[in-house]
Design a protein around this ligand. Structure first.
Ligand code: AHR
Length: 525
């Protein structure tokens, strides 16, 4: 027995040594140095007349057999209420620049039909129009963000739309009242066109700047609602667009936008949403993080012309873009990989919370990196939905600076290298990402993503200015990188309670064991 005892002691010692010899990540959380407020609008959504985003996704009409409230799907309403969506962009996207809002008001049977030229040439019956969108925003308690038709519309049409939505009196207010809405909706966020460099008119930046000057003149303030004028900004790496706009119309805009998609050209055309290689998985996360230097460069240009940083950047389209499912318009599945694109992107947006004041993921339902997928009367919540749910506490909380030590970095291919050798052949992809914030009640929230496919990570949170006393946590994790939810198996990937952490009673530090492929949010008091 003596020998047995000694052996057991030796074994225990060996085990402890192997645990302590294992690499740990340390995150220093500067809870005593709260920074900028993370604008809740960073958690904005985007809904376009595209595929089944609106029809079938948000809206089925009052006569549908699918349970609905005034035509909006009940299941989707409930899911979106749970997310506390702060702002929703509509009607596009490319659709916006062919949309004539007057076709979408008044009795439905009188509304003219149109061809949705951008998205499959399907016939749009205009049954979902201004009233339907703005009433939806009221039900959800979110701010509407309207994109005007600048590409193929007129200044008069744009001006009258704002009058219709916001004026208390006058001809457009009278028309609105005739259509059943007494009070103005008081829409604040107005986008002057969308992708004016592309589907929004193929304009040059100088030309768009002039157009912007003209349109913004007639974006009038009614009923005490100050219009917040958003300039249609650059795509990805088009720094010249931002430069020209800032130079020419910086003084007339309230924000400028940026579009950046994690779009995969890995296999020539777009890559599949499900069933991808390990190499492609990591490449995609590197491409997703490629947004950070892009943001930095646009912000630096903006600061040159606006040294006081009065003008914020709105990333009003972002997310993954995979090969659409056959026979659909941009309908794609959503896996753990998409969940990481969401968490990693949100971590980046938080870092620039002093300059980035709105982001709109593309899109809310059934299109690209959707929160929700629907098929007839069925609905599934995607892994991306759960990221938005677990990140909710960061909305309007103060950013807490963090330093990370011991994070493994993988070098992934930079597909832009050949065209831009100065960018380097590889992008560094840190395999753990994190963000922290403190809410108004003083609760600290730390979110962490371990993107490693098959290795868990031990993370020590060294809290400055506080000692952890109690913790509540949730986790999103799954065995495989392309696990996802289907209409047949809707709860395959879901948010659950997480308990694999320990508080050091003496120091108040927290040790967390992050499984492979996991995202955790800790609420620390
Ligand atoms: O979100 C899909 C499309 O992507 C939008 O309509 C357009 O603005 C962008 O190119």
């Amino acid at each position: 027995t003596e020998i047995m005892k000694k052996l057991t002691t030796l074994l225990a010692l060996a085990l402890t040594m192997s645990v302590s010899a294992k690499d740990e990540i340390t995150i220093t959380v500067h809870a005593d140095k709260p920074g900028s407020v993370i604008d809740k609008n960073i958690y904005g959504q985007f809904s376009e007349h595209l595929g089944t985003c609106i029809y079938g996704g948000l809206w089925v009409g009052e006569d549908s057999d699918i349970p609905n409230t005034q035509g909006y799907r009940n299941d989707v309403l409930e899911a979106l209420k749970e997310l506390e969506v702060p702002v929703m962009r509509w009607p596009g996207g490319c659709f916006a620049d062919e949309y004539h809002w007057m076709d979408g008001i008044g009795p439905k049977e009188n509304r003219p039909r149109m061809v949705n030229n951008n998205w499959g040439g399907i016939v749009e019956d205009n049954s979902f129009g201004t009233h339907e969108f703005l009433n939806l925003c009221e039900i959800l308690g979110c701010e509407p963000y309207i994109s005007l038709n600048v590409g193929s519309g007129s200044v008069q049409e744009a001006a009258q739309w704002i009058e219709y939505m916001n004026a208390a009196d006058g001809p457009m207010a009278k028309l609105r009242k005739q259509n059943g809405r007494e009070k103005p909706w008081k829409v604040k966020y107005i986008g002057i066109g969308n992708e004016a460099w592309g589907c929004g008119g193929n304009m040059l930046p100088e030309y768009y700047s002039d157009i912007f000057r003209r349109y913004q003149t007639y974006c009038r303030d009614y009923s005490g609602t100050r219009i917040f004028k958003i300039a249609s900004g650059a795509s990805d790496y088009d720094y010249e667009w931002t430069e020209v706009l800032m130079k020419k119309v910086g003084s007339m805009m309230n924000a400028v936008s940026l579009h950046y998609y994690t779009v995969s050209g890995w296999v020539g055309s777009k890559a599949p949403a499900v069933g991808f290689s390990e190499e492609e998985y990591y490449w995609c996360l590197g491409k997703c993080l490629g947004i950070e230097p892009v943001i930095q460069k646009h912000l630096a240009i903006m600061s040159e012309y606006d040294p006081q940083n009065r003008i914020p950047l709105f990333v009003d389209e972002w997310g993954t873009w995979w090969e659409p499912e056959p026979g659909t318009q941009l309908f794609q599945q959503n896996t753990m990989r998409d969940a990481f694109v969401a968490s990693l992107s949100l971590d980046v947006f938080h870092k620039y919370a002093d300059r980035i004041k709105m982001c709109n993921i593309a899109q809310v339902a059934n299109v690209l990196q959707a929160m929700i997928l629907t098929k007839e009367d069925k609905m599934v919540l995607t892994p991306t939905y759960y990221i938005f749910k677990m990140y909710k506490p960061h909305m309007d909380a103060n950013l807490i600076p963090i330093d990370m030590d011991g994070v493994d970095v993988k070098l992934v291919r930079n597909e832009r290298y050949e065209a831009n050798p100065s960018e380097g052949a590889n992008r560094p992809l840190p395999l753990l990402s994190a963000t922290a914030s403190k809410d108004k009640e003083g609760k600290l929230h730390v979110s962490m993503s371990n993107v490693k496919i098959d290795e868990e990570e031990t993370v020590v949170l060294d809290l400055k200015g506080m000692k952890a006393k109690s913790i509540k946590a949730t986790i999103l994790t799954s065995e495989n990188k392309d696990d996802h939810n289907t209409f047949e198996n809707p709860d395959n990937v879901q948010l659950v309670e997480f308990k694999d952490f320990k508080i050091d009673k003496k120091t108040g530090a927290v040790t967390v064991n992050m499984p492979a492929l996991s995202v955790v949010t800790l609420e620390i008091l």
